[in-house]
Design a protein around this ligand. Structure first.
Ligand code: HEC
Length: 239
C-alpha cells in the first residue's frame, strides 16, 4: 500500500485485529515500549532543552522521531513501523509517532525559548501530551495513559479509574506480585493492560525525599525511594 492515510483514518478503516489475547498483549506492549522510547529521548535531550543560552535547539519533530525509532529498535530489536506488522499494530505505531511528532511540533516555541533554563518540558509532561493526542488520533480504538496510585497523583488527569486503581492496589502493591509483571484483562470497555513502573535514582530529585519539599517543577516531593512503585502505563484497545 503506497498511499499514506492520516493515522486516524487509517485506524478507522483497517481490519480488526485478529482475535487472540496474545496479539492484543503484543499490541499493548509495543505501545508502551514506544512511549518509553519517546520519554527516554526527552530525557536524553533534557540538558539541551533546559539550555538557557541556546535558542533553536534543532529538536524538530523529524530529529526527535528519528531518535525515538532508533531507541525503540535498540530496546526491542524490532522496528517501530514495518510492513511485517499486522495492520492494526502498524496503524497504532504510526498514530503514536504522529502524536509524538505533533507534540514536539507544538512545543517548539517553548523548547527554543532563549533565556529560560528549566521549561517544565520533562518526560512526564511530554508523555501526557502525546498520549492525549494519540487518543484523539486513534478515535476510540486505542488509548494510552499514565496513571499512579491515588496518593501519588500530581496531575488530576492521571487519576486512576476504578479498574486501574484495583489492579494497582490489589495486584501491583500486593506482596506476591512479581515485580514488573503487567496485568491484562478483557473488560467490557475493551482489552486493558496495566504495566507497573518503578522509581529509579533519576526520578528521586522530584519524587524522592524529603517528602513535602518542593521540587524543580513546583510540586511537593512524595518521599519515595528507588524501587518503589511510581505509577503504571495503562492501555486500552478496542480493535
Ligand atoms: C524534573 C522532575 C521529575 C522527574 C525527574 C520525574 N518526574 Fe515524574 N512527574 C513530574 C511531574 C511534574 C509530573 C506531572 C506531569 C503532568 O503535568 O502531567 C510527573 C508525573 C509522573 C507520573 C504520572 C502520574 C502523576 O503523578 O501525575 C508518574 C507515574 C511519574 N511521574 C513517575 C516518574 C518516574 C518513574 C520517574 C523517573 C524515571 C520520574 N517520574 C521522574 C516530575 C518529575
Amino acid at each position: 500500500m503506497t498511499c499514506r492515510l492520516p493515522a486516524a483514518l487509517a485506524l478507522l478503516i483497517l481490519p480488526a485485529l485478529p482475535a487472540g489475547a496474545q496479539s492484543l498483549e503484543d499490541s499493548a506492549a509495543r505501545l508502551a515500549e514506544l512511549l518509553r522510547a519517546g520519554r527516554a529521548v526527552i530525557s536524553e535531550n533534557q540538558a539541551l532543552i533546559n539550555d538557557p543560552g541556546l535558542g533553536d535547539k534543532g529538536l524538530t519533530p523529524e530529529a526527535f522521531l528519528s531518535q525515538v525509532t532508533a531507541a525503540f529498535l535498540a530496546r526491542t530489536g524490532s522496528p517501530a513501523v514495518s510492513e511485517d506488522l499486522p495492520p492494526f499494530q502498524r496503524a497504532l505505531a504510526e498514530a503514536q509517532l504522529e502524536a509524538m511528532g505533533q507534540t514536539i511540533a507544538e512545543a517548539q516555541p517553548l523548547i527554543n525559548m532563549e533565556g529560560v533554563g528549566f521549561k517544565g518540558f520533562i518526560p512526564a509532561v511530554f508523555a501526557r501530551l502525546a498520549n492525549e493526542r494519540f487518543g484523539e488520533l486513534a478515535d476510540g480504538r486505542a488509548a494510552v495513559k499514565i496513571t499512579a496510585p491515588p496518593e501519588l497523583v500530581r496531575n488530576r488527569k492521571a487519576r486512576p479509574d476504578d479498574w486501574e486503581r484495583a489492579v494497582i492496589e490489589d495486584r501491583f502493591l500486593s506482596a506476591g506480585w512479581t515485580r514488573g509483571e503487567a496485568y491484562a484483562e478483557e473488560t467490557g470497555p475493551g482489552f486493558r493492560m496495566l504495566i507497573p513502573e518503578y522509581y529509579s535514582e533519576s526520578c528521586l530529585a522530584c519524587h524522592g525525599s524529603p517528602a513535602g519539599e518542593t521540587d524543580v517543577t513546583g510540586f511537593p516531593k512524595e518521599g519515595k525511594a528507588a524501587g518503589d512503585l511510581g505509577g503504571a502505563i495503562s492501555i486500552t484497545l478496542r480493535p
